[in-house]
Design a protein around this ligand. Structure first.
Ligand SMILES: Cc1cc2nc3c(=O)[nH]c(=O)nc-3n(C[C@H](O)[C@H](O)[C@H](O)COP(=O)(O)O)c2cc1C
Length: 207
């Protein structure tokens, strides 16, 4: 059964944007289909070319494919239970880290988590363009990451992400209770009037 059409949930944006942004979403059900190396490399290449404060490029990722079971399970064990439940079925998992200080002068880099987020967003756009889906997670136990992997002191384990192809309706139904509803939930966003101001904070922008 081809279930791709039923599984998509593109939204109608208020203003015309690149379709990739309205089509992308964070699925809970992934296909077990492997992701080819070229596509994976391209995703992280896009991350690599993200902008960052002082071009520090504070992001680091630690990746495992499901077929490399030992490494994959180690990443799974670092996720909160609520994320393990669905993420363990994705074909690729990655942990996201940021370097806490600037390499140049050891001063704290306030922009580091922001820049990790920017890199992950770039990665997500490239993935989407390639027919892949990304579901990011903050539900990660940093202490567990440090325990499982030898993380240098100046790096903060911060996020994780699942990468893969969209799961079928069968994959969706195989998830534990509640996750299918979350996967199918309508994508909603605040209006521009709630996030874009002019004159004073909270006053909808007049452009
Ligand atoms: C930094 C970040 C952390 C997130 N953490 C989690 C998480 O721990 N568990 C989860 O199920 N979803 C997580 N999400 C997914 C968000 O819930 C999702 O992006 C949001 O609801 C919007 O839905 P959409 O991505 O489908 O548009 C995270 C997303 C981001 C960007």
């Amino acid at each position: 059964m081809n279930t791709t059409i039923e599984r998509t949930k593109a939204v109608q944006p208020d203003y015309a944007i690149l379709p990739i942004f309205s089509q992308r979403f964070s699925p809970y059900a992934f296909s077990s289909k492997q992701v080819n190396t070229e596509d994976l490399r391209a995703c992280f290449e896009a991350a690599r070319w993200a902008m960052s404060s002082y071009n520090e490029q504070p992001w680091r990722y630690l990746i495992a494919r499901a077929e490399n079971q030992e490494e994959f399970d180690k990443i799974v064990s670092c996720l909160w239970d609520a994320n393990q439940a669905w993420a363990k079925k994705a074909p690729v998992l990655a942990l996201g880290f940021y370097k806490k200080s600037f390499s140049q002068n050891d001063k704290p880099n306030k922009a580091a988590p922001h820049d990790l987020g920017a890199a992950s967003a770039f990665l997500t756009v490239e993935a989407t363009q390639r027919g892949l889906y990304v579901h990011q997670m903050i539900g990660v136990d940093p202490d567990k990451v440090r325990e499982q992997f030898d993380i240098p002191e100046d790096f903060e384990p911060h996020t994780a992400m699942a990468i893969g192809y969209l799961g079928s309706l069968e994959d969706l139904q195989a998830l534990p209770d509640g996750y299918a509803d979350r996967d199918r939930a309508e994508r909603s966003r605040k209006s521009q009037d709630e996030i874009l101001f002019s004159g004073q904070f909270g006053k909808a922008a007049s452009l």
